[in-house]
Design a binder for this molecule. Structure first.
Ligand code: TYD
Ligand code: MG
Length: 452
């Protein structure tokens, strides 16, 4: 192999070393020194005479840059297209992160099986047989999808040059290995080097590349943060493994908004797109149960009706328990304190449990009012009318605060057949001719008066 020069750099202060050491002499940080390639052969691994490579770029006036010619590749998956902002941009690098077992491989395999283009699915994690078995569950009839089990980038590029795929999927970036660097797969320097090679390939051949990335315990994509800066789009696949819903969000998107959200349901035959999430998240029940309230929330740009369940009971032990699933526990404590102080409910000696159904986590503040309503309903043991819903934030002095994009929430609630929606008096609403009754309230006491 031609000359490859590598050196060691401290990731914290940038000091260069000839060999690896545990602590940086300059900044005294530990374990920050990693190997990096500083010179490598000019030859590009994926280039063959048949591959067309774009010529070097020249400066263009911004008004002369033609964006209309930016065709996007349709992924034939409505939710995936929506999150990407309308499809995959040629030559882009997309990173899909998520916890193990959440369904990243299933999602991308399923998409590659739907595509009518020539797709190369490179797996460093599973054997071809395993992938075939999974493909059989999802969509067995596809003649355009090729599976390669390989981890060395140089070999992958060799296969790419021979196959000339329209789209490349890598499962996962942490298993890749480049010959230019000696450290093991998954190390910071390997991930950086492999990603750099893939970016060069993607940009020069205009082939989109989708990468799967693992997530560390604290929710970051394993490997350097720099990986997120290098790629064009970072998608996150999340959800509770014990529930069927999966949410796909864009954390970074150079070609679209990061507000869009895709929802899937994990089934025996792969992931199903959920086009109308609200209908599934609200349990259809005939009798009214105490402790349940419906919140009109927004997830990204999409309105989502979510069911909140509360259980308030007398504490058996000295210290009352407070527990929240899918909702911030500190915020729950705050809302309980507001209820105690402003509305005179003695909740100090009660256990309070709160649950957002469907296994989803909500941080939209507009859910506050539904949480309060569910707690009140459970505390009084009287059911709320099941066609009521709520959308407002609750402040520390018990005031009901306005939330953004209230009209969209109201329209969603109306579409789903709710009879009343409780919102803040201070929200500006210019909707006319709504069938749904809009109940304007300004204080938490107003809510107590109406409900109880
Ligand atoms: P996987 O895609 O391997 O997750 P990741 O790549 O993110 O680690 O798979 C996930 C889980 O999904 C696995 O536990 C089995 C389940 N699954 C289904 O429920 N239905 C299916 O059709 C498939 C293919 C998987
Ligand atoms: Mg996987």
């Amino acid at each position: 192999m031609a000359i490859v020069k590598t050196t060691f750099f401290c990731q914290n202060c940038g000091t260069q070393y000839a060999k690896w050491q545990g602590q940086c002499n300059a900044c005294k940080e530990w374990n920050t020194i990693v190997e990096e390639v500083i010179q490598k052969p000019e030859k590009n691994d994926w280039k063959t005479p048949t591959t067309t490579v774009k010529k070097a770029s020249v400066p263009l006036r911004i008004k002369d840059i033609d964006v209309s010619k930016e065709p996007r590749l349709d992924t034939y998956d409505g939710e995936f297209n929506r999150v990407l902002g309308g499809g995959i941009v040629p030559g882009s690098l997309t990173l899909l992160g998520g916890e193990p077992g959440i369904g990243k491989s299933t999602l991308l395999l399923q998409i590659s099986l739907k595509l009518p283009y020539k797709t190369l699915y490179v797996s460093g994690e599973e054997s071809q047989k395993q992938i075939k078995m999974r493909a059989e569950r999802v969509n067995p009839n596809n003649n355009n999808c090729y599976i390669l089990t390989e981890t060395k980038t140089q070999n992958i590029f060799k296969q790419i040059a021979a196959l000339q795929p329209d789209i490349v999927i890598i499962d996962s970036i942490q298993t890749l290995h480049s010959d230019y660097i000696e450290s093991s797969s998954g190390s910071i320097s390997q991930i950086k080097e492999c990603t750099t090679e893939l970016i060069k390939f993607a940009k020069e051949t205009a082939t989109p590349v989708l990468l799967i990335g693992h997530i560390t315990k604290d929710g970051h994509i394993a490997g350097p943060k720099i990986l997120e800066h290098m790629v064009d789009t970072v998608l996150q696949f999340e959800g509770d493994r014990n529930h069927v819903f999966r949410i796909l969000r864009a954390h970074k998107n150079r070609f679209g908004s990061t507000n869009e959200l895709g929802i899937y349901e994990m089934q025996g035959s792969g992931l199903r797109e959920v086009t109308n999430p609200s209908e599934i998240l609200i349990s259809k029940k005939d009798e009214e149960l105490s402790g349940n309230a419906i919140a009109a929330t927004l997830e990204g740009m999409r309105p989502l009706m979510i069911e909140v369940q509360a259980l308030v009971s007398t504490a058996v032990y000295g210290t009352p328990q407070r527990s929240a699933t899918g909702f911030n526990a500190k915020r729950l404590n705050m809302l309980l304190a507001v209820l105690e102080k402003r509305a005179g409910f003695r909740l100090g000696a009660k256990d309070v449990f709160l649950n957002i159904t469907g296994g989803i986590t909500v941080d939209d503040p507009a859910i506050d009012l539904a949480v309060v309503a569910a707690i009140l309903s459970s505390n009084e043991d009287t059911a709320l009318q099941k066609d009521f819903c709520f959308a407002a934030e609750v402040g520390l002095s018990g005031e009901i605060r306005p939330v953004q994009r209230i009209e969209q929430r109201i329209l969603e609630a109306e579409k789903l057949g709710f009879s009343s929606i409780f919102v803040s008096k201070y929200n500006k609403i210019s909707l006319k001719n709504t069938v749904i009754k809009i109940q304007l309230i300004s204080k938490i006491e107003d809510l107590v008066d109406i409900l109880i």
